[in-house]
Design a protein around this ligand. Structure first.
Ligand code: PLP
Length: 432
């Protein structure tokens, strides 16, 4: 599942001790395993092998250039949502012709950039957007490849903030409207209708919602593919990962799911979906983010203080919600382990950051090994939607990122220096 494990009492990433990285680079520190990234990509790629397919890594999950380069080297494409992400792919040596461009709010500038770059396809999320893409393409004397993102109105049974495929969500075009939208789009001279796309949500731990969505959309895509000579159907991302190992053993709850089952694997996903998709005869795109990088990264933090109040044992660490916002934002669970394994009875603890918000916590009332000032903890499964959501709240510098491969390691993003945080700011003359 991933390459973080104890060797003796010390936590290792592949063949590098995490403690040695902390000594060299300090904390808070993101550490990524290149082998885990590659392994997860390969597992998905292999599971989809019976289909003509392209795995397009959703770089919103982790856009570090070294992570992107790992995917480039494996032949992957990319699911992007901004000009910035397209430029990142280019900076990492990626081929923009293997990029799809999603998002509900593409600006004219972004569309122009993507068109000039020759991306594989725009995944359009509204009719006004299709008209805008057509207008920009006409101005540039180009033909824009487009797909419509269909909203199949299927509940992904995941956290409300990462459900995207129901009519409560802003994403895509309602299933019932899609045919009409294609008919009108086919009259726009500077568009080429290249395919259809969907994405119903993130962190799905069961195949059923994927299956329901594919079964619902298949007749539509079959009909449209014939009519408009489609090349591809994108089934989006959303494959969930194990955050809590107890989940995988069936003991824990995942949000409201009453009884968590063994988590979805690429093979079980493919066993259900490949037979449905194969007869379509189209290229199948998939847009995984979390599955590839989630368990490939950890966030390492130093214990600054242990504070016992009347009720609680607070472990105050040097990482905070500005480094990893998932617990505050989504009530997410991250397993927390010490860099040096120790015996002794666990202590019920809240691990909290230094930010002035009550929401700045990583866990509450969790039995954890007894730790003291100067000890280090690792928050596991922090490789997706971790660093990419970091901010400078409380004027805190963003963490460094390190990539490990075997016994090698390299800083792939330097720790921010504090003056960088106000480098673009100025005080107007009248205040001086
Ligand atoms: C259109 C689209 N594709 C793919 C993804 C990646 O999702 P995940 O990281 O759950 O695989 C997202 C995530 O928000 C998305 O919006």
């Amino acid at each position: 599942m991933h390459d973080f494990r104890y060797v003796g009492s010390k936590l290792y990433c592949e063949r590098v001790s995490v403690e040695s990285l902390v000594k060299r680079h300090g904390t808070p520190l993101y550490v990524y395993s290149q082998h885990t990234l590659a392994d997860h990509f390969a597992k998905l790629d292999a599971a989809l092998a019976p289909l003509d397919h392209l795995v397009c890594f959703a770089l919103k999950a982790n856009s570090n250039l070294a992570v992107l380069r790992t995917i480039v080297n494996l032949g992957g494409g990319f699911d992007t949502v901004s000009e910035g992400e397209l430029r990142r792919v280019k900076a990492a040596g990626g081929d923009l012709r293997k990029c799809v461009f999603a998002g509900v709010g593409k600006t004219e500038c972004e569309i122009e950039f993507a068109l000039r770059a020759g991306i594989y396809c725009f995944n359009a999320e509204s009719e006004p957007e299709l008209r805008r893409i057509n207008k920009v393409a006409a101005r540039l004397k180009k033909i824009a490849p487009v797909a419509v993102r269909v909203n199949p109105n299927i509940d992904a049974h995941t956290h409300a903030k990462i459900t995207t495929g129901t009519y409560e969500n802003k994403f895509g075009i309602a299933f019932e409207q899609v045919e009409g939208v294609y008919a009108r789009a086919s009259r726009l001279k500077n568009l080429r209708l290249r395919g259809l796309q969907m994405h119903i949500g993130s962190q799905l731990t069961e195949v059923k919602p994927f299956e329901l969505a594919v079964k619902k959309v298949l007749p539509l895509v079959t009909k449209l593919a014939r009519k408009y000579d489609f090349e591809f159907f994108s089934i989006g991302g959303g494959l969930g990962i194990v955050y809590d190992p107890a989940l995988d053993s069936g003991d824990a709850k995942w949000w409201e799911q009453p009884k968590a089952k063994k988590i979805l694997t690429p093979q079980s996903y493919a066993n259900t979906l490949v037979p449905l998709l194969k007869p379509l005869g189209l290229k199948i795109l998939m847009e995984p983010g979390r599955f590839i990088c989630g368990n490939a990264g950890i966030l390492v933090t130093r214990v600054e203080y242990v504070k016992r109040t009347g009720k609680k044992n607070f472990v105050i660490v040097d990482a905070a919600m500005n480094d990893l916002i998932r617990p505050a934002f989504y009530d997410s669970y991250h397993q927390i382990v010490p860099l040096t394994k120790q015996g002794g009875a666990p202590v019920s603890s809240d691990v909290v950051g230094p930010i002035c918000e009550s929401g700045d916590y990583f866990c509450k009332n969790r039995p954890l090994p007894k730790v003291g000032e100067g000890d280090h903890l690792a928050l596991l499964s922090a490789g997706a939607y971790g660093f990419v959501m970091a901010s400078n709240y409380n004027t805190r510098a963003q963490a460094a990122e390190v990539l490990v491969s075997g016994n090698k390691s390299a800083v792939v993003r330097a720790r921010q220096e504090l003056p960088e945080l106000w480098a673009g700011e100025s005080v107007p003359k009248w205040l001086k």
